[in-house]
Design a protein around this ligand. Structure first.
Ligand code: DOR
Length: 444
């Protein structure tokens, strides 16, 4: 007797799209086959007309716990994540206190256990003085080491060259970087202040947090990784210029990989007059040509992973003038629907989306038994209806901050259900009361 049978779904997995049935036993996928309808199961659902994907693995989120929980917390933001088809997330260290030692990491795992709707792992943050913590890190204790090579929310800039050399030379696991050259940005900010005063128009953001500042820092990170043989993953690429730093083609065997985020694939400078602070983020949403180059780079393979950089701030905080409004926007509930809109527009295939949000993040971070529809793997699944629409209304938002830059948009798909470790974490528009998320383990 199986726990659950999903019949007649169209599976998107490992470069193929084909109809099949899936049997779930406990937390795992027990069988995938052409006709499993004769099997006995406690729950049977007919998924005719729906697509079944591995759940999205989001390698970059800010869930604000501990210390910043007025913006979001693990319970609220993970509920929004499962409603958006995300079954696993990796969370950033710029909280309060900063996640810069083993004890702070374990505190976060304790907080997430029993409260996180999706599976979870946390980054160890680098600072100018925690190189020994990094060297001694237990490879199961963090998904990666986050290095802010440009300053952003949380004041975690690592800018001493000898420290960066040490991190790149000795990191025991994947290094991930935020790349923006802070001195260049400060100079741009001063120039904007001289021209506009404090009320700089948000349209200036891509000129202040410029493509040149991104390129200078990304190329430095790539050079350091080449020098030391570091496994490097450069986060949120935003400019056409930077794409030349990365190799096209499949991810397998690459030492240096790149990530793009859903908002940089969606918005451009044309959206600042309408959305202003709502799309102010670091690195900045840039020109139309940059967005189109990043979209093309996903298909070329220069971008290996797509994530969100979900970074909620309250509506009140976002009402400040340019220098006061914090950078970042909530995204986890709408990331997969936004990518499926790209599918509907003919920009990405379904196979490419699954490669970039499921298989590649699982491989890059050596996540154990997730990221694929495979017998024996955890049943982290999302059922989507590509023929039903979903409108983003204020009432539909699950983010603690209560706003979204997508409000008013109608996506051309709908998330029908999300299963986390074999259990329905989201279905019929409702997040389950019960909590199914687990701590990730890694093949390392
Ligand atoms: O826009 C951003 N917001 N970029 C970051 O690097 C940090 C994030 C946040 O934590 O708010």
């Amino acid at each position: 007797m199986y726990d659950r049978l999903i019949l007649n779904a169209t599976l998107v997995n490992e470069g193929q799209v084909q109809q099949a049935d899936v049997a779930i036993q406990g937390e795992r996928i027990a069988k995938i086959g052409a006709d499993l309808s004769a099997l006995a199961a406690k729950e049977v659902s007919d998924a005719q007309g729906l697509h079944l994907l591995p759940g999205m693995i989001d390698d970059q989120v800010h869930f604000r716990e501990p210390g910043l929980t007025h913006k979001g917390d693990i319970a609220t933001e993970s509920a929004a994540a499962v409603a958006g088809g995300i079954t696993t997330y990796m969370e950033m260290p710029n909280v309060d206190p900063l996640t810069i030692n083993a004890q702070a990491l374990e505190d976060k795992y304790t907080r997430a256990t029993g409260r996180s709707r999706a599976n979870f792992a946390f980054y160890l943050g680098a600072s100018n003085d925690n190189l020994e913590e990094i060297k001694n890190l237990d490879p199961q204790a963090a998904c990666g080491i986050k290095v802010f090579m440009g300053a952003s929310t949380g004041n975690m800039l690592v800018d001493r060259p000898e420290i960066l050399e040490g991190i790149f030379a000795h990191a025991p696991i994947l290094v991930v970087t935020h790349c923006e050259d802070t001195p260049m940005i400060h100079a741009n900010e001063e120039a904007a202040r001289a021209r506009f005063g404090e009320d700089v128009p948000f349209t200036e953001h891509p000129s202040i947090r410029s493509a040149e500042a991104c390129y200078k820092s990304s190329s430095y990170a790539v050079a350091l990784a080449q020098k030391h043989g570091t496994q490097l993953h450069v986060l949120h690429i935003t400019s056409a210029q930077e794409l030349a730093l990365f190799q096209p083609g499949p991810m397998q065997g690459k030492q240096i990989t790149a990530e793009a985020c859903v908002h940089h694939l969606w918005f451009s400078e044309e959206d600042y007059p309408r959305l202003g602070a709502q799309i102010k983020c670091n690195p900045a949403v840039k020109r139309l040509a940059d967005r189109d180059a990043i979209l093309a780079a996903v298909n070329e393979g220069r971008i290996d992973v797509i994530a969100t950089d979900h970074a909620p701030h309250t509506w009140e905080e976002k009402q400040g003038t340019y220098f006061k409004a914090p950078a970042g926007l909530p995204l986890v509930q709408h990331a997969l629907p936004s990518l499926l809109d790209h599918y509907h527009a003919g920009r990405f295939s379904l196979e490419t989306i699954v490669q970039k949000v499921c298989h590649n993040p699982a491989e890059r971070y050596q996540v154990k038994d997730r990221g694929y529809l495979r017998e024996g793997y955890f049943a982290d699944l999302v059922l989507v209806d590509l023929n039903a629409t979903s409108e983003v209304t204020p009432e539909s938002l699950l983010y603690k901050c209560g706003w979204s830059p997508f409000t008013g948009h109608t996506f051309q798909s709908r998330i029908e259900a999300t299963f986390v470790n074999g259990q329905p974490a989201y279905q019929q528009g409702q997040v389950a009361e019960a909590v199914y998320g687990q701590r990730l383990t890694f093949n390392r």
